[in-house]
Design a protein around this ligand. Structure first.
Ligand code: FPP
Length: 222
């Protein structure tokens, strides 16, 4: 969800104004995905690197997240959406952890669409974390190093149980991955759009999916 800050600057406003307007784009995207039968949708909301932003922006962003989760949970519940989170959740402020855990618990039996929010997430953190867990199990003789393969490794990633993304959308015209699901996007289709995140609407999601449908996925085969 890139471009919130620039979108706000273009309007002579503070960066947080962009994040506030980004919430509406999240709402529309969830709704659109649910309507057309997408089963999994992940939002990269806060990266491990985002902690280095000015304290005031980080604090306001966290507040915004807590409020968005609190306000949206009844509708998620009603629409059959299950909430999930990936990342170093324990590093978030207590209020944020509380709201998040409550919303995850309340929506856990929903099956229509799973919405995953990546918070304090970075792919390198996730991979190192997986390696640490596996190393501990090897030390405890619970895993034989000879049995470590990609299927075992995947189980230690934050995304275990979630299929790898078919399509990755990055807004705001930046042509980078920025530490997002580096393992999981091995064969994902990438879609870059100049649309700034706060302007992202249903039609933009549909445009991305139509583009995806024209592609031929070979997964390394002929
Ligand atoms: C990137 O834009 C966006 C973020 C770091 C925050 C995204 C968070 C929200 C939209 C809040 C709502 C989210 C949920 C899941 C309820 P940027 O600040 O990097 O923009 P810039 O590249 O223009 O500076």
């Amino acid at each position: 969800m890139d471009g919130n800050g620039r979108w706000a600057k273009q309007r002579g406003k503070e960066r947080i104004f962009g994040h506030e307007n980004g919430v509406q784009a999240v709402r529309e995207t969830v709704e659109a995905a649910g309507e057309i039968g997408v089963k999994h949708l992940t939002f990269y909301a806060f990266s491990t690197e985002n902690w280095c932003r000015p304290k005031s922006e980080v604090n306001t962003l966290m507040e915004l997240l807590v409020n968005a989760i609190k306000n949206e949970t009844p509708e998620l519940l009603e629409k059959g959406v299950k909430l999930n989170a990936i990342g170093d959740i324990d590093s978030l402020p207590e209020a944020c952890i509380k709201e998040l855990k409550e919303a995850i618990e309340i929506t856990k039996n929903n099956t229509r669409l799973t919405v995953t929010v990546a918070l304090s997430y970075s792919s390198q953190w996730e991979i190192v974390n997986a390696v640490k867990q596996i190393a501990r199990k090897v030390k405890e003789n619970k895993i034989d190093p000879e049995n470590i393969d990609k299927n075992l490794f995947k189980q230690f990633l934050q995304t275990h149980g979630i299929p790898d993304p078919d399509l990755l959308i990055r807004t705001s015209g930046e042509l980078r991955i920025s530490n997002f699901m580096l393992w999981q996007i091995a064969y994902s289709e990438l879609y870059f759009t100049p649309v700034m995140w706060p302007d992202f609407r249903k039609k933009h999601l549909y445009q991305a999916i139509l583009d995806y449908q024209r592609r031929e996925r070979r997964f390394g085969k002929t």
